[in-house]
Ligand binder design. Sequence first.
Ligand SMILES: *Cc1c(COP(=O)(O)O)cnc(C)c1O
Length: 383
Amino acid sequence: MPQSSDTPVPLASPDVTETEIQAVVAVLQSDRLSLGPRTVSFEQACARRAGRRHGIAVNSGTSGLHLCVRALELAEGDEVITPSFSFVATTNCLLFERVRPVFVDIDPDSYNMDPAAVAAAVTSRTRAILPVEVFGNTAHFDQYEQLARAHGLAMIEDSCEALGGALGGRSAGGFGQCGVFAFYPNKQITTGEGGMIVTDDDVLADRCRSMRNQGRDSAAWLSHARLGYNYRMSEINAAIGEIQMARLDEILAKRRDVAQRYHRCLGDIAEIHLPPMADPAHASWFVYVIRLNDRFSAADRDRVMEHLAHEGVGCNKYFVPIHHQPYVKPWVGDGVHLPHTERVAARTIALPFFNHLTDAQMRRVKVCLQDALRRVTPRVFTG
Ligand SMILES: *Cc1c(COP(=O)(O)O)cnc(C)c1O
């Protein structure tokens, strides 16, 4: 059916087929709704993809990060180096355990933490590095790993935006002690809600497996070896994930195609920077985030977004820096100095991005964006 020119274009849209629906029906017709074969199979698929020996399915990416923090025994008084330019879950998993986040600035060419800034932030209290593949970009992950080794630090890879991505032949989720994926509906693959820890470390894997299931030890159902949580993933969610994982390469190829079409479509707009991506041939695109150039203010960006929203074009600020959130301030004080994070975060706009985005929808996004830019273009006075 042809789309009229004012049909809204959503920011994200999950790609779920009849195969996922049939897999869910099959689970519901079985007598195993939690901790069954679908979960095991989904765990194995994610571990294999990350080049890891263990996969531990949980009910969200945030839960996965929290269990990694607990399993590594990070605690009050410890410092963890992490970006403020990320989704809040990256920091929340530390605050749950009263671990102090130490925010370092980004490299403005990749939007990931600047490795030099990471090195400069190490103190005697630093216990770990918690880097994020921002928007799916794997840049610098080999360097973070080297830094962690050199300083005797743990590394948790927040790969919640990078499932299936790679850097120099190594997979996202394969750097550091452990990696975490997430399956909320706007991610590359979805289970509705869900997350996955991947690791080669047997002890860490056992602890996470136990803590997601009320601290049970593996032997007896009512024997609780430690304080745990109910962070289990249901068989229903795992069945969706299993099919989505089998489709991952097809999904990533579609997303690379949409990103390339966006590059071509928007490449002639002088006012914007296109999104950076390391290793484009193996890229795992999470979102497509453009950035207005430095002549625009944060208020200009907000007005561009208002116009897009008014025209029915989905958009969002990726990200509001984590240190701007009121509940985070007491942990870091007012002295945070992250000039690149501030400059970039004030000017980014996530555009509609999903597997089946059509050329017509993309053209509509471009027309609305150009309209919006004309309305707010800063006056340049010469002579
Ligand atoms: C999505 C995401 C998470 C986890 O989100 P959940 O909603 O808990 O699954 C964590 N970190 C980052 C950077 C994310 O984008």
